[in-house]
Write a protein that binds this ligand. Structure first.
Ligand SMILES: [Zn+2]
Length: 103
């Protein structure tokens, strides 16, 4: 198991690609890191905790949205990384039409 070459399933064309490339060699989709989503989760927490304590629920909802949004991105990325691992024989051929373009 080599730690250096992390692989992931491309979100757009579902090819097994290396994360070190930055962009997908098949379709050119950007391979985004986890920094953005992780930042969303952290900001979500930072917003959520004090607003809940202060009873500012409308702002707490914003924090929750950030938390779940970032959490979803991380979950999605981890899932695609797992599927890209050699030895994983999960069925890749399920081309769900993803209308959500990358943000
Ligand atoms: Zn691709």
């Amino acid at each position: 198991m080599s730690e250096g070459d992390k692989r992931i399933i491309c979100r757009r064309c579902h090819e097994n690609i290396s994360m070190t490339l930055g962009t997908c060699p098949h379709c050119g989709a950007e391979i985004k890191g986890l920094k953005g989503p992780a930042t969303m989760v952290i900001i979500g927490l930072v917003v959520l905790v004090p607003t809940v304590m202060e009873g500012m629920w409308w702002l707490a909802v914003v924090g929750l949205a950030l938390l779940f949004g970032g959490g979803y991105f991380i979950y999605d990325k981890r899932t695609r990384m797992k599927r890209a691992e050699p030895g994983q024989t999960a069925p890749v051929e399920s081309p769900e039409p993803e209308s959500e373009a990358e943000a």
